[in-house]
Design a protein around this ligand. Structure first.
Ligand code: SAM
Ligand code: SF4
Length: 339
């Protein structure tokens, strides 16, 4: 139901306009990346999960309040049953001009099946997470992954005309010797690359993040011994800071929540598949929008609850990873909040 009252944009207490919503459409995944999940993860009961129609209504309420960019993520968004109907329905906001971008972050395992459909829904760019080009390491990192399937998925994305950005988490002693090769490969394939520092989100079982954490300040210094990296002003609406790799003509991004956080320009909030809105990836501040959604079918009520939640957005996270701080900053895994 639409209200006739003009809707004011979402501004948080630190005068940041909220224009970017990430929606975790499922906490489930077909992989078990060692920095993301424990192998024996317990997933949410299906009854707690919002239906695709409810996710659409919630996301659309944000769009009506000025959100211009929508990213579906997870867990693995493409393993959610019938997820393409959600993309199809949300694409009406692209057609109306209310939304600038509809996109997703995926592990790439289902792209052979879905790349064409995504393009048909108006998706133009996708983020695909691959931390290594070595198939044995790929298996070790993802525990359950099939490297060839992901490579085929990437080709399908290219054929469908989707621009691809590779996301790679920098992992000490795992892929730090490979980042040069990945940069060269992205150049050959026509992909941009973003490197991400491992973040202290959720328990991992036997793995320790302090053993995985590799500061990107060090990575950048090392890469610049081989590559000409020129600072550029390019922005995708996300937290990455980009350089141009002169030798390949592609962009290289750095997401550095630990060595340098960019909370001052944060424009986003994250919605889980149970309808909980997290105002910050690294803090506990949250609002239960599922209750509001199910209590009233008046969108004005929903929008009032969203506005109230945004009024509680914290200033930033305070991630630390060192020997003395081995506990996660928050107990939720990235797959719950949506990376
Ligand atoms: N399954 C999809 C994928 O892997 O692209 C989407 C969800 S995944 C949680 C989103 C991104 O978060 C991936 O690029 C993944 O590498 C990253 N990620 C997961 N756990 C992380 C952590 N603890 N620190 C940093 N990045 C993490
Ligand atoms: Fe799954 Fe993505 Fe987490 Fe890997 S990073 S386990 S693919 S949700």
């Amino acid at each position: 139901m639409q209200t006739a009252v003009p809707i004011l944009p979402l501004i948080d207490p630190f005068a940041r306009a909220i224009t970017y919503l990430r929606v975790s459409v499922t906490d489930r995944c077909d992989l078990r990346c060692v920095y993301c999940m424990a192998e024996d993860m317990i997933f949410l009961p299906k009854k707690d999960i919002l239906s695709l129609e409810e996710l659409d209504r919630l996301a659309s309420a944000f769009v009506a309040m000025g959100v211009r960019k929508l990213r579906l993520t997870g867990g693995e968004p493409l393993v959610r049953r019938n997820v393409m109907s959600l993309f199809r329905n949300l694409s009406r906001h692209l057609n109306s001009g209310a939304l600038e971008e509809l996109t997703l972050t995926t592990n790439g395992t289902q792209l052979v099946r879905f790349a064409d459909d995504l393009a048909a829904c108006g998706v133009k760019r996708i983020n695909v997470s691959i931390d290594t080009l070595d198939r044995h390491k790929f298996k070790a990192i993802t525990r359950w992954g099939d490297f060839d399937k992901v490579m085929e998925g990437l080709q399908a994305a290219k054929t469908a005309g989707l621009a691809v950005k590779i996301n790679a988490v920098a992992l000490k002693g795992v892929n730090d010797d490979e980042l040069d090769r990945m940069l060269a490969w992205c150049g050959q394939e026509g992909f941009d690359l973003t490197l991400i520092e491992v973040m202290p989100l959720g328990e991992l079982g036997s793995e320790q993040r302090v053993d995985q954490y590799l500061p990107l300040s060090e990575v950048r210094r090392r890469l610049s011994e081989t590559w000409t990296l020129t600072n550029i002003d390019y922005k995708t609406g996300g937290p990455a800071r980009y350089v141009q790799v002169e030798e390949t003509g592609r962009k290289l991004g750095f997401i550095t929540p630990l060595t340098h956080n960019f909370c001052e320009s944060c424009n986003r909030v994250r919605l889980t598949c149970t309808g909980t809105l997290y105002m910050c990836l690294g803090q506990e501040d949250a609002a239960d929008l599922r209750q509001v959604l199910r209590f009233s079918d008046d969108d004005a009520v929903l929008q009032a609850a969203i506005r109230d939640a945004i009024a509680h957005k914290p200033k930033g996270h305070d991630f630390v990873i060192d020997r003395r701080n081995q506990a996660p900053a928050v107990s939720r895994h990235m797959s719950v909040t949506g990376g």
